[in-house]
Design a protein around this ligand. Structure first.
Ligand SMILES: C[S@@+](CC[C@H](N)C(=O)[O-])C[C@H]1O[C@@H](n2cnc3c(N)ncnc32)[C@H](O)[C@@H]1O
Length: 234
């Protein structure tokens, strides 16, 4: 990983924001990811993220924290928050912004226990592929204190496979339709391609059942997106 995302976040923080990140996937054309969006304040966050922050309780882990906006909001409210990200640049930015506990780490290496685990801005993306979902969920479950919760958002992207007549062109012999090859470039450099998973609610719920997690839909967004709360099944 070249950590182009981290470089873009650092550039923005240092006043060198001259261009945004360009993204594309195997099923969609180029799009822009505006770097200021990654520094959004509470009032500019989607309703699903605001709802997740309202539901936060106890000791919090923010997984894939990026520039740390969610963590900073909760830290300012007095919560004990730990933020992790695999991007060194992102964690530098979080520390510069005043986050007390920010660490370069992958979720699978985390061992502490928490009352709330946040995975936001398509949190299921971190699972990469449908076949890894139960592995990630099982691990996340081991990090929960009794009565703890995982708050995660994602989208059902079936609509991206609709043609103009409303027909679907999903190849049923291929992988799960929410598994996308994701390409990112910044200032003329290409990041190592990654796989990013969008998971529909029912598939997430089924995966949760197999690892002993209860999965509840908390809120639906405007565009096939949702916020789910996962708790340990009784
Ligand atoms: C879409 S960004 C979301 C950033 C932030 N949560 C937000 O809402 O602005 C996803 C983040 O997850 C991080 N990430 C990807 N895989 C990860 C992993 N296995 N463990 C921790 N962080 C990871 C990426 O480096 C990136 O910063």
């Amino acid at each position: 990983m070249k950590d182009l995302l981290g470089q873009a976040l650092l550039d923005y923080q240092n006043g060198n924001h001259t261009e945004d990140i360009i993204t594309s996937t195997n099923i969609s054309d180029e799009d822009t990811l505006p770097i200021p969006y990654l520094f959004r304040e509470y009032n500019d966050m989607p309703k699903l993220e605001q709802e997740a922050l309202k539901l936060a309780k106890g000791k919090v882990l923010d997984v894939g924290c990026g520039a740390g906006g969610h963590s900073l909001y909760l830290q300012n409210k007095g919560y004990n928050v730990k933020a992790i990200d695999i991007s060194e640049g992102a964690i530098s930015v979080c520390k510069n912004r005043g986050l007390k506990q920010a660490k370069v780490s992958s979720i699978l290496d985390e061992t502490e226990h928490f009352d709330t685990i946040l995975l936001l801005m398509n949190g299921t993306g971190i699972f990469q592929k449908l076949k890894y979902v139960t592995q990630y969920l099982s691990h996340l479950k081991t990090l929960l204190n009794p009565n703890g919760q995982i708050l995660i958002d994602s989208s059902d992207i079936q609509y991206m496979y609709e043609d103009e007549d409303g027909g679907l062109w999903i190849d049923t012999n291929s992988n799960y339709y929410g598994e996308l090859d994701y390409y990112l470039s910044y200032k003329g450099k290409n990041e190592t391609p990654l796989t990013w998973l969008y998971l529909d609610f029912n598939t997430l719920k089924t995966a949760c059942l197999t690892v002993g997690l209860h999965c509840e839909s908390i809120k639906e967004g405007d565009h096939f997106d949702y916020l789910a709360k996962l708790t340990i099944s009784e």
